[in-house]
Design a protein around this ligand. Sequence first.
Ligand code: FES
Length: 150
Amino acid sequence: MYGFDTLPRELQEQVVEKVRQQYTPQVAEQWLHPDHLGEIDRPDGRARREGSCHDVVEVFLRVAGEHISRARFSTNGCITTIASANMAMKMAEGRTLAQARAIGQGDILEALGGLPAESEHCAQLAAEALQAAVSDCLKYRAEPWKKLYR
Ligand code: FES
């Protein structure tokens, strides 16, 4: 995960221990095992959002009918951005587009068991990127020919 694996083992263990002390078990789990990290080739919906801190989250969606069958993200962000975005992708998969677009910062924070106040905006960034990717999907559904030009 972003070079973490290249750190000496002892340093990795120290970082993991610190994360476990500082954040909820849900946050630590999402960060340690970001199973929704990645991209989707020729996605049905895609959006990139940048926070005021300059962290970026990009979301890729695959849709089957009305439901999101696959959701992935990439980010240059911190521990809590990775945790927030991974949780948002998990929550989106299996939901309808309308349900996924309704996932907000509060839902992500609740699923993570909370974040420190200074990191709550990471959940907002993840929610905005997801919502924008759903909107992108709906836009290209309405005008499918435009997909050819993106
Ligand atoms: Fe800004 Fe995470 S620190 S989005």
